[in-house]
Design a protein around this ligand. Structure first.
Ligand SMILES: C[S@@+](CC[C@H](N)C(=O)[O-])C[C@H]1O[C@@H](n2cnc3c(N)ncnc32)[C@H](O)[C@@H]1O
Length: 477
């Protein structure tokens, strides 16, 4: 490995270990800095736009080079001090050292590229709506227990590394950074995190080893509803082990009167997920759910149900969805991938009927309970795969369809069915714009046109951005 940056263009193709001085111009969809040099396109971990860095090549594929910044030679004009002590090591917030206005501009550029590179007709692209709060905005965090702690640079090589409770280390597979406070979650959640770590170690409860598939403690999920101040804690373990888990949980609850419910889910599979095995959830304290208010409606959330992770900004997101649906009161609306029914219930006041489709049965149960709780009668929820739901006999045809699929986007068999439903508009809510843009490209080939894309920042300091995409039939143009 050369000690100094390469000052002049190399006479051979760059290879792993080579060092370059790079001017970072933008960030990519994974939060890595990007730079151009000597005909190569670099993506650089730990490098913010505007900075000049000394970077080391990790790998090259053709003209694309992945690199990691070793040293910041000059900070850019838009550089800011990161708010979190774990910035850089933690794989969570990769943009914290970039001014928020620049984060928003970079997100807009990413969205623009996703859609313009795939669509053939022009569309209206709005600026990214900023989040009102850029810290303490998340209502849910998921921390991983691990028997393989990430050792920070500067720590002795033989430092104890057999226990960690935190986030996956940035760019390091299989290691977890011990997190002592997370600046994007509620303070009460920081306090609970600290207690769970302290008591896990004091009671010598073994953390999960992701390689050996041994250990008891797997994940700690903390959900905090800002409107009700209720807190749900979900401990995911590899086994029930009530003899050790029950007294452990009792002590955590005793120390934190803020916790309103505590659950245990068992994931006995090797799969790296905080979702428990079916039928293996135990409610160890409280009623198993918490309540959150969004746009005047009350929602009950259980441990396994999807709910927008930024409640304050979710209100703005759902207002935009409502605006884009442009309902007049007489419409039938489909809400595909409806989760706990948030969008369906919010739209119900302006529609004749809303029909939600959702695959997770606990979410469907929550959605039905949420309709009852809010006294809403013109909604119904169909449980099952959206693909099968669309073929359900006897459902009225929709005037407007809202889709809010998981990150991967719509199943390729859903697209033609969606296109052929005869709706007058599709409002597509997406947390992953490349997948949404790809689906929009297919819908374009099936007779639809993207009218507008409205990005909204639900996840400050990350390269993720939510988008509301409105599509209309080409025949309506
Ligand atoms: C991004 S969430 C949207 C939830 C809801 N719209 C909200 O904002 O709260 C996606 C939802 O799709 C559900 N889902 C995933 N695959 C599905 C499928 N094949 N059919 C129906 N629902 C599915 C998930 O369980 C999850 O609730």
């Amino acid at each position: 490995m050369s000690e100094q940056p390469v000052k002049s263009p190399p006479t051979r193709k760059p290879r792993a270990g080579d060092q370059f001085e790079l001017d970072i111009v933008a960030f990519d969809g994974r939060g890595r800095g990007t730079a151009q040099r000597d005909g190569y396109h670099f993506t650089v971990r730990r490098a913010a736009p505007g900075a000049t860095v000394r970077a080391m090549v990790l790998r090259r594929r053709g003209a694309n080079i992945e690199a990691v910044a070793l040293e910041k030679l000059a900070a850019g004009p838009k550089a800011v001090e990161p708010v979190c002590a774990h910035f850089g090591a933690c794989g969570g917030c990769s943009l914290q050292d970039l001014a928020y206005s620049e984060q928003l501009a970079g997100l807009r550029a990413l969205v623009e590229r996703s859609f313009t590179s795939r669509l053939s007709t022009p569309f209206e692209l709005h600026d990214v709506i900023p989040a009102p709060a850029t810290t303490r905005y998340r209502n849910k965090m998921e921390f991983t227990f691990s028997a393989r702690r990430w050792i920070a640079p500067g720590e002795p090589e033989n430092a104890p590394n057999g226990f960690a409770l935190g986030m996956h280390a940035a760019g390091v597979h299989g290691k977890v950074v011990d997190i002592y406070g997370c600046s994007i979650q509620a303070r009460v959640a920081d306090e609970i995190l600290a207690t769970v770590r302290e008591l896990s170690v004091a009671r010598a409860l073994p953390p999960w080893d992701p390689k050996l598939h041994t250990g008891l403690l797997r994940y700690l999920v903390i959900r905090h509803a800002g409107s009700s101040s209720e807190v749900l804690v979900n401990l995911v373990t590899s086994d029930e082990a009530p003899d050790v888990i029950d007294p452990f949980v009792r002590e955590i609850v005793a120390r934190h009167p803020t916790i309103t419910t505590f659950l245990q889910n068992v994931n006995s599979r090797p799969a790296d997920t905080a979702i428990g095995d079916p039928g293996r959830e135990r409610v160890l304290f409280g009623g198993g759910v918490i309540r959150e208010r969004i746009l005047g409606l009350e929602f009950e959330l259980s441990a396994g149900s999807f709910f927008q992770t930024n409640s304050v900004q979710a209100e703005r997101l759902f207002e935009i969805v409502r605006e884009e649906c442009a309902l007049t009161g007489g419409e039938t609306v489909y809400d595909l991938y409806c989760g706990t029914g948030t969008i369906a219930l919010i739209l119900s006041a302006a529609a004749r009927e809303v029909i939600g489709f959702e695959i997770v049965s606990s979410s469907v149960a929550d959605a039905r309970a949420n309709a009852l709780r809010n006294g809403i009668g013109n909604v119904r929820f169909v449980e099952g795969d959206a693909l099968d739901g669309l073929a359900t006999e006897g459902l009225p045809a929709p005037d407007v369809v809202v889709v809010d699929p998981p990150r991967a986007g719509l199943h390729k068999k859903v697209l033609p069915r969606l296109a052929a439903l005869g709706a007058r508009r599709i409002v597509y809510v997406s947390c992953h714009h490349p997948a949404a843009a790809e689906d929009a490209r297919v819908l374009e080939s099936l007779g639809w046109r993207v009218e507008r894309v409205r990005p909204i920042d639900m996840f400050p300091h990350t390269p993720h951005v939510e988008c509301v995409i409105t599509l209309v039939p080409q025949s309506a143009s």
